[in-house]
Write a protein that binds this ligand. Structure first.
Ligand code: HEC
Ligand code: HEC
Ligand code: HEC
Ligand code: HEC
Length: 356
């Protein structure tokens, strides 16, 4: 069977035909343990440190304009109006979508106001770059100097400090990807099995960052919305697939019922490990990819196997971090044929335009 020519979407459909087989794998489990909906907040954004998108837009006007054209911005108003939203909410026993935790973590930016968690926007700057309060002044301060007089060492130290206070920079691909997947693969089993919510998106990091989401207008001083370079796209592709695998393994580990959620997650893992096996052949000079595949096969995709699945996921995570430390994509041209092309991007990137 030839995987390279297939889109993720086709692969996923192809995989659902395999559910019966996967189901029999999963069938080895069966004991249902209590599952709590308080499972991890999808994105790690701390509401007490969220400043809100207007605080960023003061300086980042172009990036904010691009953001306003995305589903992430629009979900604030549009999601609760969809008939499907009420259906899901009703099944979950949620009476007000905007005031109950389970929908807030993924569809909104939440800020602490008057000791209450309040939704202030859709998915916004800090949902992806980290809650800003502790790093906003640091990241833009040029170490107390100017852009020209700050030394390279001072600049590195400035960004290191900002990262230690929770800033997620575009160069931090693993953290960036983890954040996307925290929302785009649903960690709450009940939301899917009981609420009828999609289990996750047909997500791929290159095509999903390079369309409507892209706002690389800052370093070009607003002249251009610069696409990710070829080496960066390779890293996005590889790390994205790895985080897909990590997320799926953890999700099966936590799943308790032999139902849709577990099947969906098993199917995601199965596809990701096939795609990674193809990538390992395409980039033989990156032996870590083969090791990712080995981890993917080291734990059975079945219920009641959390310890082993989590250990596999931890192994994947460690390798991914080391891949991002060791490589920058320059030597991974073999991956280019596997990466979805510009015709596959999710939405259209906004053209840069003069706003001041
Ligand atoms: C006072 C102006 C100002 C505000 C407010 C501001 N920024 Fe920035 N931002 C900057 C400057 C200046 C840089 C460029 C620093 C550099 O390249 O050395 C920057 C760079 C960035 C970068 C790119 C960093 C990189 O790795 O190249 C990101 C991401 C970012 N800001 C996000 C945000 C977010 C999110 C907020 C709101 C929480 C915000 N900024 C608020 C001025 C600001
Ligand atoms: C873990 C993150 C997460 C949580 C929690 C979550 N959602 Fe979603 N939701 C998503 C993502 C991601 C999508 C987009 C899926 C896709 O790509 O099709 C989505 C899509 C939707 C859609 C559109 C689905 C469709 O078929 O058109 C609705 C409606 C929705 N969510 C409602 C809710 C409601 C109501 C809640 C709370 C009960 C909720 N969501 C909780 C992440 C989440
Ligand atoms: C959905 C997640 C997401 C949201 C929301 C988001 N960003 Fe980004 N941001 C990214 C990603 C991903 C990149 C790097 C894109 C790439 O690799 O091409 C980036 C890049 C940047 C950069 C670097 C631009 C350059 O010229 O290189 C800045 C500055 C920035 N974002 C600021 C913001 C601000 C301000 C907001 C809110 C108005 C925001 N971002 C909202 C994910 C996000
Ligand atoms: C806080 C949760 C959250 C984070 C973090 C997040 N997303 Fe999303 N994203 C969503 C939800 C929810 C939707 C669906 C919104 C809707 O249509 O109502 C969505 C929709 C999208 C869409 C539009 C999909 C379509 O149907 O056209 C793209 C593209 C996207 N996300 C890319 C990304 C990327 C890339 C990242 C990481 C850099 C990211 N997202 C991070 C929650 C999130």
């Amino acid at each position: 069977m030839s995987i390279p020519g297939r889109s993720t979407h086709e692969l996923r459909r192809f995989a659902s035909a395999r559910w019966i087989a996967l189901g029999s794998i999963l069938g080895l489990g069966g004991l249902v343990t209590a599952f709590s909906l308080t499972a991890s907040g999808a994105s790690g954004t701390d509401p007490s440190r969220v400043l809100g998108p207007n605080a960023c837009a003061e300086c980042h006007k172009q990036e904010a304009e691009a953001w306003k054209a995305t589903h992430h911005f629009k979900t604030f108003r549009e999601m609760p109006r969809r008939p499907k939203a009420n259906e899901i909410a009703e099944k979950m026993g949620v009476s007000r979508i905007r005031s109950e935790g389970v929908c807030l973590t993924c569809h909104y930016t939440v800020q602490d106001k008057d000791n209450q968690k309040q939704p202030i926007a859709g998915i916004s700057c800090e949902s992806c770059h980290g809650a800003g309060e502790s790093w906003i002044k640091i990241h833009s301060g040029y170490s107390g100097k100017t852009e020209k007089s700050e030394t390279k060492a001072e600049k590195d130290a400035r960004f290191k400090l900002a990262a230690s206070k929770g800033m997620i920079r575009p160069s931090s691909i693993y953290h960036l990807a983890k954040n996307c997947y925290g929302c785009h693969v649903v960690p709450q089993e009940d939301l899917v099995n009981k609420g009828g919510h999609p289990a996750g998106s047909d997500f791929e990091l290159v095509s999903w960052t390079q369309g409507e989401v892209r706002h690389n207008t800052w370093h070009s001083k607003g002249k251009q919305n610069v696409p990710a370079s070829a080496p960066r796209r390779r890293m996005l592709y590889l790390v994205g697939l790895g985080v897909e695998l990590e997320t799926g393994l953890r999700a099966i580990g936590r799943a308790t019922a032999r139902k849709l959620y577990a099947f969906e997650m098993a199917s995601r893992v199965d596809i990701a490990r096939r795609q990674l096996a193809v990538a390992a052949k395409a980039a033989p000079n990156v032996p870590e990819i083969g090791k990712l595949v080995e981890f993917a096969h080291s734990a059975g995709l079945r219920l009641n196997n959390e310890a082993s699945l989590t250990a596999a996921a931890d192994g994947v995570a460690k390798l991914l971090v080391s891949i991002t430390e060791k490589y920058d994509g320059a030597t991974m041209a073999g991956l280019d044929a596997l990466i979805p092309g510009p015709d596959k991007t999710k939405g259209k990137a906004r053209e840069a335009s003069a706003v001041d």
